[in-house]
Design a protein around this ligand. Sequence first.
Ligand code: NAP
Ligand code: GLV
Length: 308
Amino acid sequence: MTLLFCSAHDDAGAWKAELKPRLPDLEVRVWPDVGDPADITYALVWKPPAGMLAGLPNLKVVLSLGAGVEPLLLDPTLPDVPLVRMVSPGLTDDMAGWVVMQVLRWQRKLDAFAEQQRAGVWKQLVHRPAAEVRVGILGLGVLGEAAARALKQLAFDVAGWSRTAKPLDGVETVHGEDGLVALAARSDLLVCLLPLTDATRGILDRKLFATLPPGAVVINAARGGHLVEADLLAALDSGHLAGASLDVFAEEPLPPGHPFWSHPKIHVTPHVAGITHPSQTADHVAESIRRHRAGRPLTNVVDRTRGY
Ligand code: NAP
Ligand code: GLV
């Protein structure tokens, strides 16, 4: 059985080194050196060229290097085999840490202090206590739940929104259209951790921003397609929103000259909120392959009808 690795973004050598001790008998080939396509049983991929997977006649499982799989689902030739998305403690911890970092940045006035330091100013600016800061999380899946728990641990007043009802200890949870409006209305900081689907594309728009309290902050670590960029700029420039922290963009890399680069109220990170570290995620890949070989059910299989 042979695995084909295909990603322009991830380190093939590191992946081979991590998979070897876990699955010593698994041959790993790195695209474009496919050899005989009929040998390939597993594909471990991030944004493979469209049609590439369809050329593997004995492919049994597609393993995504990303938690979000919408780039794969956009390929109409994607073979009808199980598609397993990335779920791993390393990626989850990364994401929870990035969200906490951004929430603290705004709550603890980090940017104001950085400016004061540059000007040599010693002035104590008083922040609102965490318990009085309301954070709303869109998406209560693996990553949204971890972010909610991490923020709760720091005493923030956390609520979350999902497609179906999801009770979470200590977190007010809502679902459905009405739930979204209620969540937005009580969110000083709104964090997006939704998958990108037909139902969620463009969800961070003028209508949603208008329901946020004045002075709210938008934090997007999901996908650029969730955000209507012009609506964000308008809401920031009107003063209704106080700021935004963005890790993901409609076009990546964010093009030179894009207004987000220089906007004083926008913080940009280059799609690094949750990284698929080979050392932290190879267990998940190896376990999926072991399960498949043993005829046991796979976990974290994408529901293609739902789109995530
Ligand atoms: P997940 O476990 O599949 O969770 C998705 C959550 O979104 C679930 O709670 C789901 O509700 C909810 N949801 C889906 N469609 C919805 C809708 N129409 N209305 C309301 N809620 C909806 O996904 P995850 O692992 O947490 O990952 C979330 C996303 O993060 C990924 O899809 C990816 O795009 C992004 N991501 C970004 C980075 C980065 O570095 N920036 C890294 C990893 C992932 P139910 O619980 O009811 O199903
Ligand atoms: C990264 O964006 C992922 O989906 O894992």
